[in-house]
Design a protein around this ligand. Structure first.
Ligand code: URA
Length: 184
């Protein structure tokens, strides 16, 4: 198995898909390489692309807050990555071929880090790792086996920021508690 540093080095040089041509930085992932819990988002936005770090914008602030309030952990104690490691232009959705090109990086990150629990944030991460076309509203609220660990799918923080009458945020809080229970 490669080390996380070797994987990151490969990702930093990656030109497997067209997203590589528009990036400022590859956003490989951050956090504890031995984390018990890993969060997987969709792809870098503008601020993440500029900084080379996932979830540093408004969605990231909400993610940090929910981790602290519902799980009692900080960003340094978890690992955070995305489905695609380079920013889709204009924050459009990542395309199927881009997701397919980047997928081995995420799968190897999961294998190397070996978290007990993976929280998938939103449709892209949830559908990819659960290998389903079912949407996040149907998927969330349950715990799914994934190899010898579990996946807890939840909404993307940007969905909570867009509103939804508080129901999305309440659902996320419940899912984060669900993830914490799996850590015990
Ligand atoms: N949204 C994501 O899905 N990932 C990030 O890193 C930032 C925003």
């Amino acid at each position: 198995m490669p080390t996380l540093a070797e994987l990151e080095r490969d990702a930093l040089a990656c030109a497997r898909c067209p997203l590589s041509r528009g990036r400022t930085n590859v956003v490989f992932g951050v956090g504890d390489p031995n984390a018990d819990i890993m969060f997987v988002g969709e792809g870098p936005g503008q601020q993440e692309d500029l900084k080379g770090e996932p979830f540093v914008g408004r969605s990231g602030q909400l993610l940090d807050r929910l981790m602290a309030e519902e799980i009692g952990i900080g960003r340094d104690e978890v690992y955070i990555a995305n489905v695609v490691k380079c920013r889709p232009p204009g924050n459009r959705d990542p395309m199927p071929d881009e997701i397919a090109s980047c997928r081995p990086f995420l799968e190897q990150q999961i294998d190397v880090i070996g978290p007990k629990v993976i929280v998938t944030l939103g449709n892209f991460a949830s559908k990819l790792l659960l290998d389903t076309t079912e949407g996040i509203t149907k998927l969330r609220g349950k715990v799914y086996p994934y190899r010898d660990r579990v996946i807890v799918p939840t909404y993307h923080p940007s969905a909570a920021l867009r509103g939804g009458g508080g129901a999305v945020l309440a659902g996320m809080r419940a899912d984060f508690v669900r993830a914490k229970e799996q850590l015990a």
